[in-house]
Unconditional design. Structure first.
Length: 439
């Protein structure tokens, strides 16, 4: 059988492109052999920025794609993938409006989702925020459109002079165009050791499906790579990696202390850059300290609520109890909390360079042990703003597209360049442009 477009990977990027492409009248074949395993979309917080969406405007925001772009460039100076950044900024509100208005996705603008590096409230998700719930909605939406055919066996792909031949189980199909959307390489130890040696052997809290297999197809076909050492780190991951606290606690006033009870980093550098900083502490762990008033603001934060359910959050009526429960020296803890109070009151400046402490922490205290993890790789196949994969000379490889973790991300180099929400922003923003470029 023939198909207009074969998409390898039914995650955030692949399913989004499928939805837009079918709405444009294209016949889509969506192939994913790991549908019974949670992918990164299902594991994610599901939070994505869309500056200028109808939902955000209705909430009274005067945000704009330019403002998001400015935040991105300020957060990751010299590390932005300018091939796609502006296009993604302008596509994101259109992609979000398409999901909420055309597809009736149950998306909301989240007025309480503060995020390091973002100067405006601009995150969207289902409520309560959850990647798993968003993923489930996308899955059922893809199943309901007759122009999307879902296949669940591995594809053997052969590039032809015109298009592609795919063998998927007993199905054989000819596709005019192919979209590589199989995610990144965080679960491929050999690739991590080669491209991100500093994280070789580190905890990976992303999906085991991130094996780099669709990126390998692009490489085989001559693609250029970009930003291969870039990754999304997670410095708020509970040890073991099953749960995490989410990114908002420092912005609301919390801090991190090592086993000696000492702060070691400006916590507002963002959850990604925090990962290597936490890993560098004794035992690779830190105690994230906050209070009940901050917890009260995390009711809609799905990741945090899961951590609470998993028993990862300690409650302590005072610092003596917190010290007894965690083994962190009481005297150091008292000194650190007092220092944080003086920064919050504007009585002293943080020598670590953190700009804002939001408020003074008051009992009862809350705390949770965290470590650093590699969540998602950001480097990949270099594309133009329409998602066409570029070769070593910068020319588009005919009919080959890439998006999501398989494609070069929005900003790279280590963990520092990942502005919260960049993963889904690229999947949906670049996905929107790519889907318009399919024929
Ligand atoms: C812990 C964690 C938290 C995160 N939180 C956020 C967040 O809040 N906001 C945000 O913006 N981003 C977040 N991300 C990143 C986000 O999940 C990714 O950017 C996004 O899922 C990328 O989409 P994708 O489609 O490329 O990958 P995925 O969603 O992982 O989908 C890839 C799909 O490809 C399939 N596949 C793999 N190989 C093949 C193959 N050879 N053939 C066919 N199919 C294949 C896989 O089975 C998978 O279903 C988070 C990631 C993690 C791990």
């Amino acid at each position: 059988m023939n198909t207009d477009v074969a998409i390898l990977g039914a995650g955030a990027a692949g399913m989004f492109v499928a939805l837009v492409a079918q709405a444009r009248g294209l016949e889509v074949t969506l192939i994913d052999p790991h549908v019974h395993q949670a992918n990164n979309f299902a594991i994610s917080g599901g939070l994505f920025p869309a500056a200028g969406s109808a939902l955000q405007r209705a909430a009274g925001s005067a945000d704009s794609p330019q403002a998001w772009l400015q935040d991105l460039r300020q957060f990751a100076p010299g590390m932005v993938n300018e091939n796609i950044a502006s296009a993604v900024a302008h596509a994101l509100p259109l992609a979000t409006d398409f999901l909420s208005q055309t597809c009736a996705a149950p998306l909301h603008f989240l007025p309480d989702m503060v995020a390091p590096g973002h100067n405006q409230l601009r995150f969207h998700c289902v409520v309560p925020a959850s990647g798993a719930a968003m993923h489930a909605w996308f899955r059922q939406a893809c199943a309901q459109y007759p122009r999307i055919r879902c296949l669940t066996e591995p594809a053997k792909v052969q590039r032809l002079a015109q298009g592609f031949e795919l063998r998927v189980g007993s199905d054989q199909l000819l596709a005019r165009q192919i979209v590589l959307a199989g995610g990144g390489f965080g679960a491929n130890p050999e690739m991590v050791a080669r491209y991100i040696p500093g994280m070789a052997g580190a905890l990976h809290n992303g999906s085991p499906t991130q094996d780099g297999s669709t990126m390998a197809l692009g490489i085989e076909w001559g693609a250029q790579l970009w930003g291969m050492d870039g990754y999304q780190g997670q410095g708020h991951t509970n040890p073991g990696g099953a749960t995490r606290l989410g990114m908002s606690i420092p912005t609301l006033g919390g801090f991190l202390a090592n086993r000696q009870g000492l702060r070691f980093v400006a916590e507002d550098i963002g959850p990604s850059a925090l990962a290597p900083a936490v890993l560098a502490q004794a035992g690779g762990v830190a105690l994230e300290v906050f209070d009940a008033a901050i917890e009260a603001q995390l009711g809609n934060h799905g990741a945090y609520q899961q951590a609470v359910k998993a028993g990862q959050v300690i409650t302590a009526p005072d610092l003596a109890s917190l010290s007894a429960q965690t083994g962190v020296d009481l005297h150091s803890l008292q000194q650190t909390v007092e220092a944080v109070r003086s920064f919050a009151m504007g009585q002293a400046r943080d020598p670590l360079g953190r700009q804002s402490f939001a408020r003074e922490l008051v009992p009862p205290f809350k705390a949770s042990w965290v470590t650093g993890a590699l969540s998602h790789t950001q480097g990949g196949l270099l594309t133009c703003a329409d998602g066409k994969v570029l070769d070593q000379q910068g020319q588009a490889i005919p009919n080959v597209f890439a998006v999501g973790g398989c494609a070069a991300g929005l900003s790279g180099r280590g963990a520092e360049g990942y502005l919260p929400g960049n993963g889904l922003a690229q999947a949906f923003g670049l996905g929107w442009r790519l889907a318009q470029a399919l024929s």
